[in-house]
Design a protein. Structure first.
Length: 528
């Protein structure tokens, strides 16, 4: 019996046969075989399409790293692209990316960039990060900083975001060009796009701070108040006011204690929050979605209520705590667990009540029980309870309150449900790290897991010190490795360093309970 697969292959038209054999060459990384197929196709007047050209261009652009193939790859790559244009075959993003890589391999960064800028004339061809990379990296390698900045500006214009490799390249070309202001800018862009840097990026950072130019820039007589305001406005961990201090930098690789003190300089690292603008945007996004999905009057009433009840330091997801490890089939709700959380927060904050958000239907059930009714009435009288109306989703209420009031949120809800996906915030995880309090009940005993004492992210202190966390695997040490970067400043750093190192070495603080509730709030009556 004739093999049906064999029959199918023999019946393929020339274009399909060429595509199949070209794909086989691509998988085998056989550039010479692909070129032979292409020459035959041209000789036989085979009708070529976008897929054919892209397969050949991709193979050529991937072969330029092989010195024995580079010349051939460049020759046939550009020839195929010219042929593609002559036939009126419209390139797509993959086509342009491949040719941009060929141009960069030839050292022609300008042509690689022109290709990207000219993509608007091709239908449905939108540049991606990989499309810009050839021009960007080529300009950086040529130490043409201004052209590299121009590429980044074009990327920003079409909404393409930088990642670590691109920021590191821009940081390096800025450092080697002596552009101190741009180095400062890219250090902050680096902290925005990655939490821990790779070893190759760490080396770039070290080289800059150990160089002569870095020691020349900065001011000793800086505006301390402006720097402090910058730290507060930015959520802690950076001020963004420019280089602080003067003189040679000291760069060390070290670790950070559980309490957040650097074991080299003694600087106290912080748990970084989202900045003021992001917080307002986040609160507005939550409110906007809630007003679309809730009864508008109900949520608007809650917003107005918060304006006059804004002194809370902690919000409690009442349902999440009360239903923790309860029998859902029986409708179990443990008010005693909720009471434990309320009392613990009250005591930790110096006798300040948290706000418990609870659905109205849950409240009705609790009020029917005399023992639970007493607690509920106590919370109501103390202003520690807000009940959401029938038909509402209380998630919107406790989340909005926590964001708007910039306070802690006690819940084990990881906020991955559809309503949180609607927010679509790229800083949501950072906000959760700083504000969410998890809890457990072990044999009836409550343990609150406060936000960490410090964030694993690049930090710039008020004194102008920098601390840069390295990605796991960049050091043989068991604990996380950090770059500690310090120098003389306008502050009295000596005492800080002495005290800080001592506390780092002696610290036995549990990193899960290092953050406490604090702040100036109006006193309320204590819980019974």
């Amino acid at each position: 019996m004739e093999n049906p697969k064999k029959k199918k292959k023999t019946s393929q038209n020339p274009e399909a046969k060429f595509q199949f054999e070209l794909n086989s060459c691509s998988k085998a990384k056989d550039l010479r075989g692909a070129i032979s197929l292409y020459d035959d196709a041209v000789l036989n007047n085979t009708r070529l399409n976008q897929h054919h050209f892209n397969a050949l261009l991709y193979l050529c652009s991937n072969s330029v790293a092989d010195h024995s193939l580079k010349t051939t790859a460049l020759d046939y790559g550009f020839r195929a692209f010219r042929h593609m244009s002559a036939l009126g075959v419209v390139p797509n993003e993959a086509s342009v990316t491949a040719v941009a890589r060929l141009a960069a391999a030839k050292g022609d960064a300008d042509y690689a960039f022109e290709l990207v800028k000219g993509m608007g004339k091709y239908n449905n061809a939108t540049p991606r990060l990989r499309t810009y990379d050839p021009a960007l990296f080529c300009f950086c390698e040529m130490l043409d900083a201004d052209k590299a900045y121009e590429v980044e500006e074009h990327m920003n214009g079409v909404g393409v975001s930088l990642e670590e490799a691109e920021v590191a390249a821009l940081l390096k070309v800025s450092a080697r060009s002596g552009r101190a202001d741009k180095v400062y800018e890219y250090l902050h862009k680096l902290r925005n796009c990655v939490r821990c840097v790779s070893e190759s990026t760490a080396v770039i950072v070290e080289e800059w701070f150990c160089g002569a130019k870095a020691s020349e820039i900065g001011e000793v007589e800086f505006d301390v108040g402006r720097v402090k305001d910058g730290v507060l406005r930015n959520g802690g961990g950076w001020h963004g006011q420019g280089w602080v201090g003067k003189g040679d930098w000291a760069v060390s690789r070290t670790s950070v204690g559980a309490d957040g003190h650097c074991c080299c300089c003694g600087e106290q690292l912080v748990c970084v929050d989202i900045d003021d603008a992001e917080t307002e945007k986040f609160a507005g996004s939550v409110a906007g979605l809630a007003l679309e999905r809730e009864v508008k009057a109900n949520f608007s009433e809650f917003q107005a209520w918060l304006e006059t009840h804004d002194s809370y330091e902690a919000i409690v997801d009442g349902a999440n705590v009360g239903l923790y490890k309860q029998n859902f089939a029986d409708g179990g709700f443990s008010i005693s667990q909720l009471d434990c959380v309320v009392k613990e927060l009250y005591n930790q904050s110096g006798n300040k009540w948290p706000l418990v958000v609870l659905h109205n239907k849950r409240l009705r059930g609790l009020m029917e029980n005399p023992s639970s009714r007493k607690l509920v009435e106590e919370w109501m009288n103390s202003g520690a309870l807000y009940t959401t109306p029938n038909g509402s989703n209380d998630d919107w209420y406790w989340l909005f309150a926590a964001v708007k009031l910039r306070c802690l949120l006690v819940t084990n809800d990881e906020m991955r449900d559809h309503i949180f996906e609607l927010i679509g915030s790229n800083f949501f995880n950072q906000w959760k790290e700083r504000h969410q309090v998890h809890y457990t009940f072990i044999k009836g005993n409550l343990k609150l897991q406060m936000p960490p004492s410090y964030s694993l992210v690049i930090q710039e202190s008020e004194k102008g010190y920098w601390h840069v966390p390295l990605a796991p695997g960049t050091s043989s040490e068991s604990s996380a490795c950090w770059l500690c970067i310090t120098r003389p400043s306008g502050h009295d750093a000596v005492t800080t360093v002495s005290n800080g190192v001592s506390s780092c070495l002696d610290s036995q603080v549990d990193e899960n309970s290092a953050t406490s509730i604090s702040g100036k709030r109006k006193e309320r009556s204590p819980p019974s």
